[in-house]
Design a protein. Structure first.
Length: 318
C-alpha cells in the first residue's frame, strides 16, 4: 500500500496531465477551425469517404500534439527519459466536444472520438544494432543480444545471424520490421511475436533502461533471473536512472555478489518515439502508427522533431 503523503513523481504526473489537457484543447481547436467546417456537412462527409482529406487533417493534428508533447519534454529535461514524464500519459476515449464545450458543433463532429499514446521506440531492441553505422560489418554484440531475445520469445535464435548476414549481403538498410519477411526463416507469426519488443530505426541506438521491457533486459543480461528483471523494473520506477553509473549501481543492488557492468548499448534517454493514434469517425476506426525522431537542437525547418514514417489502418465498424 502506498504511503499517504504525496510523492514528487505523483505531483509531477498531475501537473503533466494538466499540461497535456491544455495542449489537446488548443490543438483540437486549431484542427477544427482548419477543416473549414462551415461548408455543408454532407459535402464534407462525402469528401471524407472519397478522399479521406479531412481524416488526414485530423490525424495530422493528433501527431502535432505528440510532437509538441515531445518538445515540452525536451525543454523539461533533455538528458533523461522515463515513464514518469509527460509523454508517457495517454489520451483515452476522448471526444472533440469534451474539449470544445462552448463551440456550436455539428452533431456528427461531436461524435468523433480519439485517443493516443506515445511509446519510447528505444525501449525496444533496434534491429539496426545488428550492424555498424555504415552497414559494413556485423555487430557481434548486437547479434548476440538479438539471439538472446529470440530465445526469450521462444523463437529460433539462429534467426539473429541469418538476418544480420542477409542484410549485409544485400547492402540495403531495413526501414520496417516487416521487411524481415524477406529473410529465410522469418514468417508473419515470427514478425507478430517480435513486434512488441523490436523495431527498425535509421541508425544503431542504445536501449533506454528507464523504459525497456523485462524481455529486452534479459536479452541484454542473460545472467539475470526473471525475478531480477522484475526487481530492476520496480526500482527504476521509484528512482529513474540518470547515468551509466546509476545503471551499474542498480545492477549491483540486484545481484550484490556478482559484478555486472553497464553495457555500451544501453542508456537513459531516447531520440526515437512511436505515436499510436486512433480515431472513430462515422463507422470507421482509423488507427495510425508514426515513428518520430526528436533532436536536441532546432533543425533547418525550425522543428525539433521529424516524422520518419506513418502507417494507417482503417477498419469498418458495424
Amino acid at each position: 500500500m502506498r504511503a499517504s503523503h504525496s510523492h514528487p513523481q505523483s505531483q509531477s504526473q498531475k501537473g503533466s496531465a494538466t499540461i497535456i489537457a491544455l495542449i489537446v484543447v488548443s490543438l483540437v481547436a486549431i484542427c477544427v477551425s482548419s477543416l473549414v467546417w462551415q461548408q455543408d456537412f454532407e459535402l464534407r462527409k462525402t469528401q471524407i469517404f472519397k478522399e479521406n482529406t479531412q481524416v488526414s487533417w485530423l490525424q495530422r493534428s493528433l501527431i502535432d500534439v505528440v510532437r509538441l508533447v515531445l518538445r515540452i519534454d525536451l525543454v523539461n529535461n533533455q538528458d533523461v527519459d522515463h515513464l514518469g514524464e509527460i509523454w508517457a500519459l495517454p489520451i483515452e476515449n476522448s471526444r472533440i466536444e469534451d474539449y470544445l464545450k462552448n463551440q456550436d458543433l455539428p452533431e456528427e463532429l461531436k461524435n468523433i472520438k480519439f485517443s493516443g499514446s506515445i511509446q519510447d521506440a528505444q525501449a525496444r531492441f533496434n534491429i539496426a544494432n545488428l550492424w555498424d553505422a555504415n552497414l559494413s560489418t556485423v555487430n557481434v554484440t548486437g547479434v548476440q543480444t538479438y539471439a538472446n531475445l529470440l530465445e526469450q520469445l521462444g523463437l529460433n535464435k539462429n534467426l539473429a545471424d541469418q538476418a544480420a548476414q542477409f542484410v549485409l549481403r544485400n547492402s540495403r538498410r531495413l526501414q520496417y520490421l516487416d521487411e524481415l519477411m524477406n529473410v529465410p526463416g522469418y514468417n508473419s507469426d515470427t514478425i507478430k511475436r517480435l513486434s512488441p519488443f523490436t523495431i527498425v530505426l535509421p541508425e544503431p541506438t542504445a536501449v533506454n533502461l528507464n523504459t525497456t521491457s523485462i524481455e529486452v533486459l534479459l536479452a541484454l543480461w542473460p545472467t539475470l533471473s526473471q525475478g531480477d528483471a522484475v526487481r530492476f523494473i520496480q526500482l527504476r520506477l521509484n528512482m529513474p536512472l540518470k547515468s551509466q553509473n546509476d545503471i551499474t549501481q542498480l545492477l549491483s543492488k540486484i545481484q550484490p555478489n556478482k559484478t555486472i557492468q553497464a553495457l555500451s548499448s544501453v542508456g537513459v534517454k531516447s531520440n526515437y518515439w512511436l505515436a499510436q493514434t486512433n480515431m472513430v469517425i462515422d463507422q470507421r476506426n482509423i488507427s495510425t502508427q508514426t515513428l518520430i525522431q526528436r533532436f536536441t537542437a532546432r533543425q533547418s525547418d525550425n522543428n525539433y522533431t521529424a516524422v520518419l514514417w506513418s502507417k494507417q489502418k482503417i477498419v469498418q465498424v458495424k
